[in-house]
Design a protein around this ligand. Structure first.
Ligand code: SF4
Ligand code: SF4
Length: 409
C-alpha cells in the first residue's frame, strides 16, 4: 500500500482527481490544487485506489490521504516535455517543475516552482546548490553528489536559466572530500559554476547561514533569500528538476536514509512516496535493543514518531532510530532555566530562545513574536546545549503555529 497525504508541503492542500476504485498508473496526477503555492501529487505506483480517508502523518495530525494498492505488474506515465533545447524557456521550465509536483527535498518541502518565480523587483544573481547536509546520520545528499553529478550540474543550469542568474555555486561541507572531488571534476569546463568547500559545522546547510558563508550577504529578519539576490536549492531537488525537464519524470520517489544506532542495518533507500515507515524499518532488519525514539527526518530538526504507520512524504529525508540509552529523560519541569545563556550563544539566528520559551509558556504571543520567533530556523541547537533540556523546538513550533493562525484570522 502507498498512502499519499493530500497536504505534504508548505502551501495549499490538494484535492483528489480520482475516486475509490479507479486504476491509476505510476506517474499519473492524482491530486492538485488551483492555488499558486501548492504542488500536485502523482501516484508512485500502478494500482487501484482503495480509499480516500484521513490518515496519520509524521506530525501526528490526521490528513486526508489517497490509499493505493499496487498491482504486481507496473506501468508508468510521464509528463510530456519538449525535446528541443530552444523550447525550454524559463516559463516552460517553471511549468514542468510545477506539473512534476517538485518541492524542496531538503525537508522544508516548499513548492519549487514558487521559488523559481521571484518578484520582478528582486532579481536573482546567484544560485547556490546546497550539498552541505549538516544533520547527523543523514547521507542522502552525500550519495547523490557522488552518484549523480551530471544531473546536479544540469539541474543547476536549468535553475540559473529560469531565474536569469549569472553565477552558480555548489556548496559542500569539507567532511565529504570525495563528493568535492567528484563535483570539481565534473565542473572543470563550467565557467559560471564554482564549487565551494565549507567548514563542517551545524547548521551550515540552513539557507540563511549558507548565503552568509558564501556570499557574505545577510538575509534581513523576516526576509527571504531573494531579498539579497540569492536562491538556494537542495541537491535532491536539483536532481528532480533535471529528471522532470529531461525525462518528464514527476516526483514519485526519493532517496531516504534509514540510520541510527538502534537499527540493524543502516541504508540509503530509493523509496516510493507514500511507503509506510514500518516497511522501511523492516527492510533494514528491524530495530535492535530497546528503542528510545524513532525520528522522521534528522535528529536535530525531525519529528519523533509515536507510530510507524505513517507514510514517507516528499520532504522526508530520513528515519533515525535512537536507542533508549542515548535518549534524554523527558522532564516535567519545562520552565526550569538557570540563566546560563548557552542557548543564546548557540542560536545561529541570533535570537533569545530562553525568553521565547518563557513567553510561550506564559501565552504572551505578542512578546514571542517581538523576540523574533519567526526568524527561528528550528535547528534544535538551543535544545541540544540546554543543561535543563527544555523542549525548545516543540514549543517554538507551537508558538509559530499560533502566531500564523492569528495572522490568518
Ligand atoms: S531552534 Fe533554537 S537555536 Fe535554532 S534558530 Fe531556533 S531558537 Fe535559535
Ligand atoms: S540553555 Fe537552558 S538553562 Fe541555559 S539559559 Fe537557555 S534555557 Fe536557560
Amino acid at each position: 500500500m502507498v498512502v499519499l497525504p493530500l497536504s505534504q508541503h508548505v502551501g495549499a492542500p490538494c484535492e483528489p482527481l480520482i475516486q475509490v476504485g479507479d486504476k491509476v498508473k505510476a506517474g499519473q496526477k492524482v491530486a492538485e490544487s488551483s492555488a499558486f503555492c501548492s504542488a500536485p501529487i502523482h501516484s508512485p505506483v500502478f494500482g487501484e485506489v482503495k480509499a480516500i480517508e484521513p490518515h496519520l502523518t509524521f506530525t501526528s495530525a490526521k490528513v486526508m490521504s489517497i490509499v493505493i494498492a499496487p498491482f504486481e505488474e507496473q506501468q508508468e506515465e510521464r509528463i510530456v516535455v519538449p525535446r528541443d533545447e530552444t523550447e525550454l524557456t524559463p516559463e516552460v521550465i517553471r511549468e514542468i517543475v510545477k506539473e512534476a509536483g517538485i518541492v524542496g527535498l531538503g525537508g522544508a518541502a516548499f513548492p519549487t516552482h514558487v521559488k523559481l518565480s521571484p518578484p520582478k523587483e528582486k532579481p536573482i544573481d546567484t544560485v547556490i546548490i546546497n550539498g552541505c547536509e549538516c544533520e547527523p546520520y543523514l547521507t542522502v545528499d552525500h550519495r547523490n553528489l557522488l552518484e549523480k553529478p551530471e544531473k546536479i550540474i544540469d539541474g543547476l543550469k536549468l535553475i540559473m536559466k529560469t531565474v536569469s542568474a549569472k553565477q552558480g555555486y555548489i556548496a559542500i561541507e569539507d567532511n565529504k572530500p570525495d563528493a568535492i572531488e567528484t563535483i570539481l571534476k565534473h565542473c572543470e569546463k563550467e565557467v559560471e559554476i564554482d564549487v565551494v568547500a565549507l567548514k563542517t559545522k551545524y547548521p551550515q546547510g540552513a539557507e540563511k547561514q549558507l548565503i552568509k558563508a558564501i556570499l557574505k550577504r545577510e538575509v534581513p529578519s523576516g526576509g527571504l533569500p531573494f531579498d539579497v539576490g540569492a536562491l538556494v536549492q537542495n541537491v535532491g531537488t536539483t536532481i528532480a528538476i533535471s529528471e522532470a525537464v529531461r525525462e518528464g519524470k514527476p516526483l514519485i520517489e526519493r532517496i531516504i536514509t534509514v540510520s541510527g544506532q538502534g537499527i540493524k542495518e543502516a541504508k540509503n533507500l530509493l523509496v516510493k512516496i507514500g511507503t509506510l515507515a514500518r516497511e522501511l524499518i523492516d527492510f533494514c532488519g528491524d530495530v535492535v535493543g530497546e528503542t528510545g525514539k524513532i525520528i522522521f527526518g534528522g535528529p536535530m530538526t525531525g519529528y519523533a514518531l509515536f507510530t510507524l504507520d505513517v507514510p514517507v512524504v516528499k520532504g522526508t529525508s530520513g528515519i533515525v532510530v535512537i536507542p533508549k540509552k542515548m535518549t534524554p529523560e523527558l522532564r516535567d519541569q519545562i520552565d526550569l532555566c538557570i540563566r546560563c545563556g548557552r542557548c543564546v550563544e548557540a542560536c545561529p539566528s541570533r535570537i533569545m530562545p530562553n525568553f521565547i520559551l518563557d513567553f510561550t509558556l506564559a501565552e504572551k504571543l505578542d512578546l514571542v513574536e517581538k523576540y523574533g520567533v519567526l526568524d527561528c530556523i528550528e535547528c534544535g541547537c538551543c535544545g541540544f546545549v540546554c543543561p535543563t533540556k527544555r523542549p525548545f523546538v516543540q514549543l517554538i513550533r507551537y508558538a509559530k503555529g499560533k502566531i500564523l493562525e492569528e495572522k490568518k484570522a
